[in-house]
Design a protein around this ligand. Structure first.
Ligand SMILES: Cc1cc2nc3c(=O)[nH]c(=O)nc-3n(C[C@H](O)[C@H](O)[C@H](O)COP(=O)(O)O)c2cc1C
Length: 208
């Protein structure tokens, strides 16, 4: 076999291939823990098992975070003037994706394990799910820079708290993280200069 053909066959056979898109199952929007109990159990944890989070759980988590909850397309998290300028990027062991909240699909941004870029804290490199909340300035309210930045932080704050509460209900470990190398991460996420990483959040099963 010619070397170039061999290399192509080997690459196909041995790569950990991420799908171009992953259709997530329907989220479960019913039941769960009473709200007051979820609030009582909300907390940050920094110990994660490497066990993967099943796609049905991830789907429900993303819906809780910022899914459509009304017929007019509004979401579980509020945004000023309903601009919906926050996107959720999902870093999994096999690849990094953008969550398309309308179709509930994960759209591949970069294949392969990119978790070294997930954060400065080592647990982010082995935890199964890292989420990143990214403000898209092309969708943001046309106002001054300070106000736009303030709204971006508030929008990410609402989403992160939804995720914290979902994790309390699902007995998942979770921590929101500002300790990021935003320049490196922006390359992995494939962001333009009109997109700003607000904050990250790591999710997974507790270690023990
Ligand atoms: C804006 C913000 C940034 C944070 N950044 C980090 C971080 O980079 N790394 C980390 O381990 N925790 C981070 N945290 C989590 C806080 O340390 C945690 O919320 C705080 O200690 C209170 O603990 P609790 O969430 O269990 O109530 C952050 C929290 C917020 C709200």
């Amino acid at each position: 076999m010619k070397p170039i053909v061999f290399a192509m066959v080997a690459a196909t056979a041995f790569c950990v291939c991420a799908a171009e898109s992953i259709q997530l199952p329907e989220p479960d929007k019913t039941g769960g823990m009473p709200l007051m109990q979820a609030l009582a159990e909300r907390k940050s944890s920094r110990e994660f098992s490497e066990k993967e989070v099943p796609l049905n759980v991830l789907s429900s988590l993303l819906w809780a975070a910022d899914g459509i909850n009304r017929d007019d397309g509004r979401r579980t998290s509020p945004t000023g003037l309903n601009v919906q300028d926050l996107d959720i990027y999902v870093m999994l062991p096999d690849g990094t994706y953008l969550w398309d909240f309308k179709t509930n699909q994960l759209l591949l941004k970069k294949a392969g394990d990119q978790r070294k870029a997930a954060g400065r804290q080592p647990f982010t490199h082995t935890a199964p799910v890292n989420l990143f909340y990214v403000q898209n300035l092309d969708k943001s309210m046309k106002t001054d820079e300070t106000n736009t930045a303030r709204h971006g932080g508030i929008h990410a704050g609402a989403v992160m708290q939804n995720v914290y509460l979902f994790c309390a209900k699902e007995k998942l470990s979770c921590v929101v993280r500002d300790s990021l190398d935003r320049e490196e991460l922006a390359k992995v996420l494939g962001l333009s200069d009109r997109q700003r990483i607000m904050i990250g959040q790591t999710v997974g099963y507790p270690k023990n």
